[in-house]
Unconditional design. Structure first.
Length: 83
């Protein structure tokens, strides 16, 4: 899990709480700050998700390449049967 996803989740929750407190107290400035922090948190989570997906795709490509190389090596080293 990427650190941006964690930081984004924290910012999202903190922003939601701040926005709610602003609604309860009637403080529009706090509401706006909370909403902005929520947006920031959602953006950080999305960026973390993209980084995780890219890392997973790279890891999968590397594993697939290793499997294909192993298959080719086994096929090349195996005795060939003659008809």
């Amino acid at each position: 899990m990427d650190k941006d996803r964690i930081k984004g989740a924290v910012d999202d929750v903190a922003g939601r709480a701040k926005r709610q407190v602003g609604e309860w107290t009637g403080d529009t400035n706090t509401q706006v700050e909370g909403a902005a922090q929520q947006v920031k948190g959602k953006a950080e989570k999305a960026w973390g998700n993209i980084k995780d997906a890219a890392r997973d795709a790279t890891d999968k490509a590397g594993r697939d390449r290793e499997v294909n190389d192993a298959d080719r090596t086994a096929a090349d080293g195996a005795p060939k049967s003659r008809p």
